[in-house]
Design a protein around this ligand. Structure first.
Ligand SMILES: Cc1cc2nc3c(=O)[nH]c(=O)nc-3n(C[C@H](O)[C@H](O)[C@H](O)COP(=O)(O)O)c2cc1C
Length: 365
């Protein structure tokens, strides 16, 4: 039977060659938000990974919305030009469609790079003021954010739309909003971080109001020829936090706002969260979200070709995203194709690789 993983899929007006997605992964290697030669090598390689879609890391819509000093941004002409150079190169040499994740880190901003400790920036490390729905820190010793006021709402909404316009100009095939992992949009949705008493807090509808406003502002500036999606939370994995029921509600809201797809991730709302470590830990939640009729991707400890194939062929999700497994093996897609007997495109320079090494294997390309 032909592989479902390696069959094409449509996201709005965009067709992907297969259902493997390289998940967005921060590289902490930007300079004032601008991509560098590290991104050139990293994304250039992934554009030839045989994934149908490569999603560029969380790229922040304002300078103070970055997680770390090394995070990517799309808030200046310099950021836009630096990223365009890389996207143009990926297009010339690679086969994957290219997406970008637009984000605002909220109360998890002003942090150290993981290899510098990953905690909040300390005095002397140029920390900055963070914003959030309520003045509640992410965890002990983290910065206490300022509860957002009317001008913050307007500025952040506008910043998302402006960054989306830059992404359109750069020529991305897909734009996805980061509404998970405890960053700004997620922190509005979760009752653990949103204790507002105005129209942006309280019921699930009210907590969804600001993420929905952002989604609508972005939808207005992104043409239908570009796929528009969001990464959302399947579970906070904490008592009193978001659950699969909330993920279904969020997906329905985004579908009504004209979004083409969602990606089910989870965790990250507080330093107390313990995300599960079981293979495919978000898959069952994705299945519930997919029942709403929106194209659904999932992520989280998807590691083997057979596991990925089973998720899509059993109808639990339409696509899978991989992060750590792809860092470990950037040619994961090539090897999955060999295992599943599928055909993939390789760059001309590498055409002589696998067939000579694996003469008897079920593979093509
Ligand atoms: C180095 C690294 C950077 C990451 N950066 C992002 C990011 O920019 N945006 C995001 O939504 N998730 C990010 N994640 C989370 C991954 O996209 C993914 O959801 C998570 O690692 C679980 O998938 P996995 O088990 O395949 O690694 C990152 C993960 C890693 C390992």
């Amino acid at each position: 039977m032909p592989s479902v993983l390696f069959s094409p899929i449509k996201l709005g007006g965009v067709e992907l060659e297969n259902r493997i997605v390289v998940a967005p992964m921060c590289q902490y290697s930007a300079v004032d938000g601008c991509a560098t030669d590290w991104h050139f090598a990293h994304l250039g390689m992934l554009a030839n990974s045989a994934a149908g879609l490569v999603v560029v890391e969380a790229t922040h819509v304002e300078r103070h919305g970055r997680i770390t000093h090394g995070c990517m941004g799309l808030y200046s002409d310099e950021c836009e030009a630096a990223l365009k150079r890389i996207v143009d190169f990926c297009r010339r040499t690679g086969h994957a469609k290219l997406g970008i994740q637009l984000a605002h880190a909220g109360r998890k901003a002003s942090a150290q790079r993981p290899w510098e400790g990953g905690g909040p920036l300390k005095p002397g490390q140029e920390p900055w003021e963070t914003i959030a729905p309520s003045g509640l820190p992410f965890g002990p010793d983290w910065h206490t954010p300022r509860a957002m006021a009317a001008d913050d709402f307007a500025r952040v909404r506008t910043a998302f739309a402006a960054a989306a316009q830059r992404a359109v100009r750069i020529g991305f095939d897909a734009i996805e909003l980061h509404m998970a992992h405890g960053y700004l949009a997620h922190s509005f949705m979760s009752p653990l971080s949103n204790q507002r008493t105005d129209q942006y807090g309280g019921s699930a509808e009210s907590r969804m109001r600001f993420p929905r406003e952002i989604a609508e502002a972005v939808r207005q500036v992104v043409p239908r020829t570009i796929a528009l999606g969001a990464r959302i939370t399947g579970s906070d994995w904490l008592d009193g936090g978001l659950t699969a029921v909330d993920a279904v509600f969020c997906a329905k809201t985004l579908k009504a706002a004209g979004f083409d797809y969602v990606d089910i991730s989870s965790g990250g709302i507080s330093s107390a969260t313990r995300t599960p470590t079981a293979p495919g830990y978000n898959v069952d939640i994705a299945e519930q979200v997919r029942a709403t009729g929106i194209v659904t991707r999932t992520v989280g400890l998807i590691v083997t070709a057979q596991q990925a194939e089973a998720i899509v062929s059993d109808g639990k999700a339409d696509m899978v995203a991989l992060a750590r497994a792809i860092l470990d093996d950037p040619h994961w897609g090539w090897h999955a194709a060999r295992t599943l007997g599928a055909d993939i495109k390789r760059p001309n320079q590498y055409l002589r690789s696998a067939p000579a090494l694996w003469p008897g294997a079920a593979m093509a390309g």
